[in-house]
Design a protein around this ligand. Structure first.
Ligand code: AMP
Length: 146
């Protein structure tokens, strides 16, 4: 069965273009719908949830910046309609799974740095997304920066 709806998770770095291109090839060959998601991690989460100050303004700025970057990224792929771009607050694994389920996606595509050694112990988003995923997951190998 060809895939019908592919969800691409991007961290908005330049590294994500190969992930995007791979997902696009797959979408063309399966005639699948494509959706894009970026998760904005709340600052309190990044600081361990124990910050004694109001972060709401900073979080709004963080969200606005992510929206601009998402727009810049997605504008290179005109076939990705605005309705299929999602910007969500939360924890990447949880939100990517939730969105995949909610949108009826049958494949999630993420980038993978192919970590080993200590970096592997620290974990990766690709690993995280794989565990408990509601559908297939494709990890596109990312090249190390030169
Ligand atoms: P990482 O393990 O953090 O180096 O990320 C590997 C891949 O996970 C990226 O190439 C993206 O496909 C995905 N990813 C990481 N962070 C996010 C995020 N905040 N939102 C959506 N996808 C992400």
């Amino acid at each position: 069965m060809p895939y019908q709806h592919i969800l691409i998770a991007i961290d908005l770095s330049e590294e994500c273009h190969p992930v995007m291109l791979r997902a696009q090839e797959l979408a063309i060959s399966s005639q699948a719908k494509l959706s894009l998601v970026h998760i904005v991690e709340p600052m309190a989460m990044a600081f361990g949830g124990d910050v004694p100050m109001d972060l709401s303004m900073l979080q709004q700025q963080q969200f606005d910046q992510a929206r601009e970057r998402m727009h810049g990224f997605a504008s290179r792929y005109p076939q990705l309609s605005v309705d299929n771009r999602h910007l969500v607050y939360g924890q990447p694994r949880q939100e990517i799974h939730r969105l995949a389920q909610e949108q009826g996606c049958d494949l999630i595509v993420v980038g993978s740095h192919g970590r080993h050694g200590l970096a592997l112990l620290l974990g990766s988003t690709a690993n995280d997304v794989l565990h408990g995923a509601p559908c297939d997951v494709l990890a596109v190998r990312l090249k190390k920066p030169e």
